[in-house]
Design a protein around this ligand. Structure first.
Ligand SMILES: Nc1ncnc2c1ncn2[C@@H]1O[C@H](COP(=O)(O)OP(=O)(O)OP(=O)(O)O)[C@@H](O)[C@H]1O
Ligand code: SF4
Ligand SMILES: [Mg+2]
Length: 329
């Protein structure tokens, strides 16, 4: 088992403040050609309202699989997920339908979630009409106000998706996600397809809305600098496991895990010195189909010892809300 409770306030996580979301010992194994692919491996997380938890890690480390499990669109192989104490993946019928409004997602490619023939106003008023049975005119009026909250003119209600830029569409996707006031928002690479300058604007918009509306948010991204800039805490994932979890202000200078260091070295050097060569992490991550015993990062870790190959590191609480899964830390 990979540690126990990894909450916002470290060892007293979940004691004083009631958690919005709890992910407890969650794993997901996919059967692939008669073998087992472990995409998420014993993950524990806690999120409070108004908090942004960033998740970073290389492609294939299990970020989207974990997001889908939390969103309720994928069943975990084992473990428990609760929102406000309710184990929602077990809900059935009307209770399950009603629960769906509580968790909204924003994806990387906004166009894929729009029907090309649907006006922006129809798309934006749908959630309130479906969940709250709001009359069309009222839902349409609210949709106009929502557009203004995300920095777009209400006149966009009558436009079609192809008449908007990628950044504008992503703002509309965010507006729709918050239309029914969900307590939890999951952004999976929500800014990944946008130009860098637009990325920052959309990220700033997200932070403002999350804080104003007291929403809990899981923000998944490839770019640790962007994820750090908008998150309160950051979880670093590798091969399905959380390797390090910390307040985001510690990410750049005070991280402890060799994988976090390798991940950041490959990125921050390039930010500081534009002429620097991008140093990629040595080697590819091993296939999740062929995991060996011990620490998953051992084959690529320069600090690896015999002990690392024998022991799967638990997430250890090192104080100040900082958790590390490394036997040598
Ligand atoms: N439905 C599935 N069936 C089998 N394997 C899957 C399935 N979905 C995901 N995987 C595998 O699970 C692992 C984690 O995938 P996931 O999409 O969660 O990674 P990710 O961190 O989101 O990657 P990226 O950054 O590229 O989006 C990968 O090895 C992937 O191939
Ligand atoms: S446990 Fe060992 S192999 Fe794994 S990250 Fe720490 S030092 Fe490296
Ligand atoms: Mg993904």
């Amino acid at each position: 088992m990979q540690g126990t409770e990894c909450g916002r306030k470290g060892s007293d996580a979940g004691q004083g403040e009631e958690a919005l979301l709890r992910v407890e010992h969650v794993s997901k194994v996919f059967p692939v050609k008669k073998r087992r692919l472990t995409a998420v491996d014993d993950v524990n997380l806690i999120l409070s309202r108004g908090e942004v938890l960033g998740i970073v890690g290389e492609s294939g480390c299990g970020k989207s699989t974990l997001a889908k499990i939390i969103a309720g669109s994928l069943k975990a192989t084992s473990g428990r997920v609760t929102l406000n104490g309710v184990e929602y993946p077990k809900l059935k019928g009307a209770a399950a339908r009603n629960h769906r409004r509580n968790i909204q997602m924003v994806f990387q490619d906004p166009l894929s979630s729009f029907s090309p023939r649907m006006k922006i106003g129809t798309y934006l008023s749908e959630p309130r009409r479906n969940y709250d049975r709001l009359p069309r005119t009222e839902a349409w009026r609210e949709a106009g106000a929502l557009l203004e909250q995300v920095g777009l003119p209400a006149s966009f209600l009558n436009r079609f998706p192809h008449e908007l830029s990628g950044g504008q569409l992503q703002r509309v996707a965010i507006a729709r996600a918050i239309a029914i006031d969900p307590p939890l928002l999951i952004c999976d690479e929500a800014t990944g397809a946008l130009d860098v300058s637009i990325q920052d604007q959309v990220a700033a918009l997200l932070v403002r809305l999350i804080k104003e509306r007291n929403i809990g948010c899981i923000f998944i991204g490839h770019d640790p600098a962007l994820v750090r800039s908008i998150s309160d805490r950051v979880a670093v994932m590798y091969l399905g496991r959380v390797m390090e979890l910390m307040p985001s202000r510690l990410l750049e200078q005070e991280h402890c895990h060799p994988y976090t260091k390798a991940l950041l070295d490959s990125i921050f050097d390039v930010y500081c010195d534009q002429s620097a060569e991008i140093r990629l992490l040595e080697g590819e991550p091993p296939s999740p189909l062929r995991l060996q015993s011990g620490c998953a990062f051992a084959p690529r870790c320069q600090r690896c010892t015999e002990r690392c190959r024998r022991t799967v590191p638990e997430l250890k609480d090192i104080g100040g809300g900082h958790f590390v899964a490394c036997v040598e830390t």
